[in-house]
Design a protein around this ligand. Sequence first.
Ligand code: NDP
Length: 268
Amino acid sequence: GPKWSLNGMTALVTGGSKGIGRAIVEELAGLGARVHTCARNEKELGDRLQEWKSKGFDVSGSVCDLSSSSERIKLVLETVASAFDGKLNILVNNAGIGVFKKCLDWSPEDYSSVMATNLVAPFHLCQLAHPLLKASGRGSIVFISSTAGLLAIPFVSGYATTKALGWHICMFEYAAGINQLTKNLACEWAKDNIRTNSVAPGGTNTPLTKVSGKKEQCCVSIMSRVPAERMAEPDEISSVVAFLCMPAASYISGQVIAVDGGYSVCGF
Ligand code: NDP
């Protein structure tokens, strides 16, 4: 097929009802892919599916809580396998949650829900999707990781006046895990014609970063160190994801690509 197109390809994008996942669904569908997505909130997902239908995008969706193993199995082995005839070109592991607390305030439940959603689920989805990706003859996995898997980001407001309300996100090990998994799968599954890459966004304007109305503080603390001096928009992340899935990227595998306005390389 053509180098710069996703025509005729099939894709599973997790967490497509809002934020970065929504932009990825729209980007892939706009480039010709047939997309399936999932989320927990039925109403939000339903609203999106209506919108996409009216725009002429070929997108289906199902409610699924990815922190549950049985729901992951149902999603891939039943829903996606039957929708796409047992063949999948693209798996985008996007769905993720954040816990906005200082390290010492994390409960064991916080930790296990973040790990289940952000690390265990992507790993298991890759295992489940492997036969479908292989059957497609040309598979591509993209993880949405985080710049926080590349360097320590406390997200603490640097300003004395707002310090008491400072924004904290700790425990980013899952992102480091995802980055390593990217490299391992790239090597292990190359023989099956499956490429694996990660996109590591910096701070991006999504519902996730609007939690608790603390977005402004987050902006202030991290933006002081972002050369681009602004947050990313979701469609600046989705364009890189789409590129990685195209034949144009056929020799790129095992890479973690930061899309962060230069944040991860800024030493001053
Ligand atoms: P949002 O909270 O805006 O969207 C998350 C999406 O994932 C929603 O569709 C949500 O739907 C879905 N989702 C969350 N948990 C589950 C679950 N257990 N099962 C199924 N679907 C789920 O987040 P973002 O768009 O900001 O983030 C997307 C990814 O990008 C995440 O992995 C995040 O860690 C990463 N990222 C984001 C950054 C940012 O600044 N925004 C920076 C770096 C990385 P529902 O709630 O209905 O389940």
